[in-house]
Design a protein around this ligand. Structure first.
Ligand code: DGY
Length: 317
């Protein structure tokens, strides 16, 4: 029987499936393993089912026992793993694409709505009871008729676009390559971020974290937006220079911000916590029972496919 280390606690139905397939090493307390502990626990394992909080960098990859041939990441993103170092060591890395598209697009819409309609401030007022309806109380921005810029028009970006259209928004996007007309579905393509940002009343960040997209929202690029724009991020925290963003919120250059993801999670830049116009969630993009179950099933399928055939269709390296 193959031996597999599962680094985080998964849903019971998924754990039951794994118990039948493998000699599965579960994480009963759901602690986040240090790099050393992960290496130690991988002893004699054939594979690892990892999650986004496992920092599997070059040093960790090189110290893993040679028996580990596959790391199946329980996420569509894989920025937590050095995939090049893994390739050098002949360890394949897989992810869980497609199945979290709808759940993540729903959270992207929640961020857009929450930031545009001042949900954080609204919740605070509603809870402290000391409020009264008045004509200019917590005036927000209306989605209908506004321009939504989508940075990264992959599966999730397109699912956001579909939902935003139902709210009456006009869709603009930037991608490394222009989409075919049927996938574009009437959205306006911009060949540079400057051009996209300059028409974005609201921006939804849906691109992967790469060296090219790291801090793509910074002091200089924030100037490209119309004054009073809204920015939302349901992809990865790496894309935003937090210091520059806090300054843009203070100066009101940016009206509000909606975030589900952060640099160095679970830490959140303290500047965001002090700003009333920031709507924040704790990385809930894929957090529905349907999606989390499907993600684990796919992460398991990836390992199974690899054990049976020596390859896997969701390989990312
Ligand atoms: C992913 O799959 O990358 C998600 O962010 C995890 O929730």
């Amino acid at each position: 029987m193959k031996k597999v280390l599962i680094t985080r606690k998964l849903l019971r139905s998924n754990e039951e499936r794994m118990s039948k397939l493998w000699d599965a090493k579960f994480n009963l307390n759901d602690e986040v393993y240090s790099q050393n502990k992960l290496i130690e626990l991988s002893k004699d394992c054939d594979g690892i089912l990892s999650s986004i909080l496992d920092k599997i960098d070059e040093e960790t990859i090189n110290k893993l026992p040679d028996s580990v041939k596959i790391i199946s990441n329980f996420a569509v993103g894989f920025g937590n793993i050095d995939i090049k170092a893994a390739r050098k060591k002949n360890v394949i890395i897989t992810n869980t694409p497609d199945i979290l598209t709808d759940a993540t697009a729903e959270i992207a819409m929640l961020l857009i709505l929450g930031a545009a309609r001042r949900a954080s401030e609204g919740l605070k007022w509603a809870r402290n009871k000391n409020w009264k309806w008045s004509v200019d109380f917590l005036i927000g921005k209306q989605l209908e008729g506004s321009r939504l810029g989508i940075l990264g028009m992959g599966r999730i970006g397109r699912a956001v676009s579909l939902r935003a259209k139902a709210f009456g928004m006009q869709i603009h996007y930037h991608n490394r390559t222009r989409l075919k007309t049927d996938l574009e579905a009437g959205a306006n393509y911009h060949d540079s971020i400057k051009s996209l940002f300059s028409v974005s009343d609201i921006l939804s960040i849906n691109c992967p974290a790469t060296p090219e997209t790291t801090n793509i929202i910074n002091k200089e690029t924030l100037e490209f937006f119309p004054k009073g724009a809204i920015i939302t991020n349901s992809a990865r925290g790496d894309m935003i220079d937090d210091e520059d963003m806090v300054q843009a919120l203070i100066s009101k250059r940016i009206f509000s911000l909606g975030l589900d993801v952060y640099k160095g999670e679970p830490n959140i830049h303290p500047g965001y916590l002090n700003q009333p116009n920031v709507f924040i969630l704790p990385h809930l993009g894929s957090a529905t029972m349907k999606t989390r179950t499907a993600m684990a099933d796919l992460a398991i399928d990836n390992i199974e496919e690899y054990f049976k055939t020596g390859i896997c269709k969701n390989m990312v390296n």
